[in-house]
Design a binder for this molecule. Structure first.
Ligand SMILES: *Cc1c(COP(=O)(O)O)cnc(C)c1O
Length: 469
């Protein structure tokens, strides 16, 4: 493809995306294909000679779209949102166009310096503790996912707990990690990969509002210490995946500091809410955390992947992950004056992801991002009001953000039937969780295209499905 051919093909691709943005609400939200159906539409072997671009693009409609679940649909209320926006799409496109691999400062200074700068902006925009900014001993880095950030936090915690011995001799078998019973599955995965072992992760009991019980945390730590274990880290959550419960960070920090644990805070979805001054209270106690992660790719209008990871002391991270092979030696690194982000993550190579975040912040302004988040929260509160006013339904958990957990009072079978009917309609997609043993419907609001009319239509569908059985 020559640059001129690229120009033509690129215009067609941009037109395709713009049309998709306009019509995304017209597709069935949840893909209806059976397993194997998409592969059956593909030729068994790759083309021997190159095909014209028109043929390639046409297959996006013919082959691929039927197998797409439309995360940007206004009827998407499942999991948590995966936000997208024009500026973010263009940022990713230009990042691909530059084709930069930003493993070291020297391999593209702008990729590193923009990332440092934009993450400092996030510190200011969200009112994060100053220690997480590059102006202090800490700093931020963009990871592909919260899962990677949590793994890296637990690796640094492992190093600190073993005074640098784990990297040299292996993890050892006596380190323990703590999270609540609602801690994300990425924590279970990270303790396996980091060598703590799944058996060394303690799932601490929660209080009636589904947040971690700090007394139960301390009891678990004391019991482990008595048995000869070394408690190394606790992962607290602001906005659990199940119900957006908020663990009491200040009380957990007190326990962590008394017993010498690394405190990592996972706010993958809810962290974006801190752009709102009226929501800053969710960060109470964060100034005592060692690390923090939230995902602009969930609620800050930035396409996947963009996970913002912050540490209070970057030396811990670099001590844990830095390796200096001869072929990467360079003057800038040796001067100590630059950041080499390969030392802040698992892989060596890295994409230029700061570009899309920069575009988003500049295009929407902080005020535009606040408006998006505030609108999502307002719609959720309105839905919660309708649910509360209905005699047959109940709210299943506190709903400070834009997730509402609700259920019909008729029991699990009725709620499962409602979920299936809503999702079969093609007009909306919701998922579920289990709270206090009861099957519970989750309505996560936050797709940029969703309006209160879509929320009302969903609520009507839920009520209709309840009576249809
Ligand atoms: C979504 C979510 C994650 C995982 O995020 P990835 O970026 O997909 O790894 C982790 N923790 C919480 C609380 C989440 O909601």
């Amino acid at each position: 493809m020559t640059p001129e051919e690229f120009r033509q093909a690129g215009h067609a691709a941009i037109d395709w995306i713009a049309d998709y943005m306009k019509t995304v609400g017209e597709f069935p939200v949840l893909s209806k294909v059976e397993p194997g159906e998409i592969r059956d539409r593909l030729p068994s072997s790759p083309p021997e000679v190159g095909e014209p671009w028109e043929a390639v693009l046409a297959d996006l409609d013919e082959v691929i779209l039927p197998g797409i679940t439309h995360w940007q649909s206004p009827g998407f209320f499942a999991y948590f949102p995966a936000n997208s926006s024009g500026p973010a799409v263009l940022g990713d496109l230009l990042s691909s166009g530059l084709g930069v691999q930003g493993m070291l400062w020297a391999t593209s200074p702008a990729a590193t310096e923009l990332e440092t700068h934009v993450l400092d902006w996030l510190v200011d925009m969200c009112g994060l503790p100053e220690k997480f900014s590059s102006r202090s001993a800490g700093g931020g880095v963009i990871h592909d996912s919260a899962s990677s950030a949590t793994l890296v936090a637990l690796l640094a915690a492992r190093e600190r707990a073993t005074h640098g011995q784990a990297n040299r001799h292996g993890a050892g078998g006596d380190l323990t990690v703590y999270t609540s019973v609602h801690g994300h599955s990425s924590i279970d995965k990270a303790v396996r990969i980091a060598g703590y072992g799944a058996e060394r992760l303690r799932h601490v009991a929660v209080r009636p509002d589904q947040s971690m019980d700090p007394d139960a945390l301390e009891e678990a730590i004391i019991a482990d210490e008595a048995e000869g274990f070394t408690p190394a880290a606790v992962v607290a959550t602001i906005g659990t995946t199940s119900s957006t419960a908020i663990d009491p960070i200040a009380e957990i920090a007190e326990v962590a500091s008394n017993h010498g644990l690394w405190l990592h805070v996972d706010a993958a979805y809810a962290g974006t809410a801190a752009v709102l001054p009226e929501m800053r209270w969710i960060l109470d106690g964060l100034d005592r955390a060692d690390s923090y992660v939230f995902n602009p790719h969930k609620w800050m209008l930035t396409n996947f992947d963009c996970s913002a990871f912050f540490v209070a002391d970057r030396a811990h991270l670099i001590d844990t992950l830095s390796i200096q092979p001869e072929y990467l030696r360079n003057k800038a690194t040796e001067s100590g004056a630059v950041i080499d982000y390969r030392d802040w993550q698992i892989p060596l190579g890295r994409r230029f992801r700061a570009l899309k975040l920069w575009f988003v912040i500049r295009s929407f302004g902080v005020e535009g991002i606040r408006a998006h988040v505030r609108r999502s929260i307002d719609m959720a509160q309105e839905l919660a009001g309708w649910v509360e006013a209905h005699p047959d339904f109940e709210i299943a958990a506190p709903h400070p953000f834009s997730l509402v957990c609700l259920r019909h009072r008729g029991g699990d079978a009725v709620n499962k039937r409602i979920l299936e009917a809503v999702n079969a309609s093609g007009e909306a997609f919701i998922t579920h969780t289990v709270l206090d043993g009861a099957y519970t419907l989750r309505v996560a609001i936050g797709a940029p295209t969703t309006t209160i009319d879509h929320v009302r239509a969903l609520w009507e569908k839920i009520q209709a499905a309840a009576t249809a059985g």
